[in-house]
Design a protein around this ligand. Structure first.
Ligand code: ZN
Length: 330
């Protein structure tokens, strides 16, 4: 399948990125019998003691037990601090309620790159609405409202630094998760000259920027937040020497995601000027890609971006009429 080459991502540079979601664990719940739980707790406590043992101490000798006795006597009741209900389903980038429609980034990327040649290419149609470069105080709430009205989920590829979370604030990220969407890593700096000096990917800079972004997201969404989805600022398709960066990303547990359709909300004077034209551009992209079963749509929720939000009702109506369901990327 061919992917359209566009270079439209990055708030500071007049480009925009997009946004995808999470992976599904199926919402499986495990029940542990009280006796097993007690056993597990004792094992964990034992492991903890071993981990904390000073050099030379051996649990087998009982040395540790004696050393810890005075502490135990001083604090006979040790009540573990309950873990508050995590915002995200632990180990994912979405709420537990989104598990049934979340797809791992590696899989979605493979579907985009290989098309129907992919072994596990879906036989039914799935669309992924993605928003790049947020959050912002105006476009992100409008996007959330439009998505709620349309009754569909989206994936937000966010900027964690000054251009995104720094201006839009962290609460919008929490709202995105709470409202059934997925949050992926886009960038911290979104600085093309740092990430791609001379238009060639710098793997060290890209991974460093990613981890900085991830740190901010975990501060906001909790330590349980664990995405595998990443979108290169500007798009993977826009830069040279990507193999090293792709391998470095994979080593960090991430897969990149581009797109095969867009509303053109970052195309400037060349792009659509009305919501109907923006929705039409999505359809043109789908037609250009030969009506694939997997569509990833690039939009933006940067400050001042209103076109995609206005176009969303028509974009979603068209996709539904064509038989697409809606997923998020993990
Ligand atoms: Zn971007």
């Amino acid at each position: 399948m061919s992917v359209r080459r566009t270079d439209r991502c990055g708030a500071r540079h007049g480009n925009r990125g997009s946004d995808l979601g999470l992976s599904s664990l199926g919402g499986v719940r495990f029940r542990i019998a009280p006796t097993l739980a007690a056993l597990a707790l004792s094992v964990l406590l034992g492991a903890s003691l071993v981990a904390c043992a000073p050099p030379g101490a051996s649990p087998a000798t009982g040395t540790l037990d004696r050393e810890l006795e005075p502490v135990a006597a001083a604090s006979p009741v040790k009540t573990p601090t309950p873990t508050p209900t995590p915002l995200v389903q632990p180990g994912t980038n979405h709420a537990a309620s989104a598990a049934s429609y979340a797809y791992p980034a590696e899989q979605v990327n493979r579907w985009l790159v290989q098309g129907p040649a992919a072994e596990d290419y879906p036989t039914s149609k799935i669309a992924f609405l993605t928003f790049d470069d947020g959050p912002s105080k105006d476009a992100t709430p409008a996007a959330l409202k439009a998505l709620e009205t349309a009754g569909v989920p989206a994936t937000f590829f966010v900027i964690s630094g000054a251009q995104g979370v720094g201006t839009g604030g962290p609460e919008l990220l929490r709202r995105e998760v709470k409202e059934g969407h997925a949050v992926c890593v886009h960038s911290y700096s979104h600085d093309y000259s740092y990430l791609y000096p001379g238009r060639h990917a710098n793997p060290d800079h890209i991974v460093s920027d990613l981890n900085k972004a991830l740190g901010v997201l975990r501060e906001t969404l909790g330590p349980e937040y664990a995405p595998t989805c990443f979108r290169y600022p500007g798009g993977h398709m826009s830069w040279n020497s990507m193999a090293g960066a792709d391998a470095a990303l994979a080593a960090e547990g991430f897969a990149w995601i581009d797109w095969n359709a867009m509303t053109g909300d970052a195309e400037g004077s060349k792009g659509p000027s009305t919501p109907a034209e923006a929705a039409g551009m999505v359809q043109s992209g789908i037609a250009y890609a030969e009506h694939p079963n997997v569509v990833v749509i690039l939009m933006h929720d940067t400050m001042g971006k209103t076109l995609s939000n206005q176009a969303l009702p028509q974009v979603v109506a068209d996709l539904k009429a064509q038989g697409y369901s809606f997923g998020v990327i993990s």
